[in-house]
Design a protein around this ligand. Structure first.
Ligand code: NAD
Length: 294
């Protein structure tokens, strides 16, 4: 069993990006600029956005955090998006999800200029990804593809099972693994809450991606000997013994599953770190396409 270490792979990607930025700055170009919009004060969202901003700054990107109140209405949020769309010095726009109930997320996602859609959620980006054309790819599935690439995992012809069909993780993951490219070409089964024979399907998987948000859901009896297991799940479990008051759990029962696998991602230290790497790569791409510099 080998760990697919998100820390090692993401550090390598961040170092490559930092080298690119250093060259840009030495040539008197401005750095890429990511604008993150955070609505309200949800604890997990605060943590994710803070980490994205910190990582931008660490590699030399410019970042702007726009905080908006929980009770903001849709026209006001759309107005903020429009301003960012029209700001020539903003390359990437990220709106942290989830948004409060009074706001239709799809309206907001669709309002982002597709050229600045570094989260890869805009219908234009999704459509291009489905066709296998170059596009911004949703950061978590993109991060997983980068992890497979870093460890040179052979995927061609393998049976892949993805648990979870959300627009941000499971569905794009299933498409990327099935697309005709070096870390795709799998035969993919996409499972969800209505899938009947989930355990049997998982047992046949050479590659198993768990993205359902149910801690420790995937147990050893569901996993084929030698499988590659990717754990996307992040659930906060209360734990008074930790400084933060919670502990992060993945969707895979790591201790019992790991010995059966050929490769497995840990939680934390796996997919979460790669998600940031995916976002940074998307922002660099947006900058290069908009400015002509790379
Ligand atoms: P979601 O709630 O939008 O989707 C969950 C999916 O799982 C749904 O499609 C549902 O049909 C399926 N599902 C639920 N119960 C199931 C069951 N018993 N059997 C089969 N399928 C079932 O969640 P999401 O936004 O896709 O996130 C999934 C998990 O990944 C969460 O824990 C989330 O926190 C985590 N996540 C992690 C990262 C990261 O960077 N590591 C990024 C995004 C999401």
């Amino acid at each position: 069993m080998e760990i697919l270490d998100g820390k090692i792979a993401s550090l390598s990607i961040k170092q490559q990006l930092k080298n690119q930025i250093d060259t840009l700055i030495n040539n008197n170009h401005r750095p890429p600029h990511l604008a993150a919009v955070l609505v309200g004060t949800n604890g997990a969202s605060e943590t994710y956005v803070a980490s994205k901003v910190k990582n931008c700054e660490a590699i030399g990107f410019r970042s702007t955090l726009i905080r908006l109140p929980d009770n903001i209405d849709e026209p006001a949020l759309l107005n903020t998006i429009e301003k960012l769309n029209n700001d020539d010095e903003v390359d990437g726009i990220l709106v942290q999800l989830p948004l409060p109930k009074q706001i239709n997320e799809q309206h907001i996602i669709s309002a982002i200029d597709p050229a600045k859609d570094v989260d890869g959620f805009h219908p234009v980006s999704v459509g291009k990804m489905v066709q296998g054309s170059p596009s911004f790819i949703s950061a978590t599935p993109y991060g997983i593809m980068l992890l497979l690439e870093h460890y040179k995992i052979e995927t061609k012809g393998k049976q892949a099972v993805v648990i979870g069909r959300s627009n941000i993780v499971g569905r794009p993951m299933s498409i990327l693994l099935s697309n005709n490219h070096p870390y795709g070409n799998c035969t993919v089964t996409l499972c969800h809450s209505h899938t009947k024979n989930l355990k049997e399907l998982c047992q046949q998987a050479d590659i198993l991606v768990a993205a359902l948000g149910k801690p420790q859901f995937v147990t050893a009896d569901m996993v084929k000997e030698g499988a590659i297991v990717i754990d996307v799940g992040i659930t906060r479990i209360e734990d008074a013994t930790t400084k933060s008051g919670y502990r992060i759990k993945g969707d895979v029962a790591f201790d019992e599953v790991a010995p059966k696998t050929s490769y497995i991602t840990p939680v934390p230290g796996g997919v979460g770190l790669m998600t940031i790497a995916g976002l940074l790569k998307n922002t660099m791409l947006a900058y290069s396409q908009r400015s002509g510099n790379d």
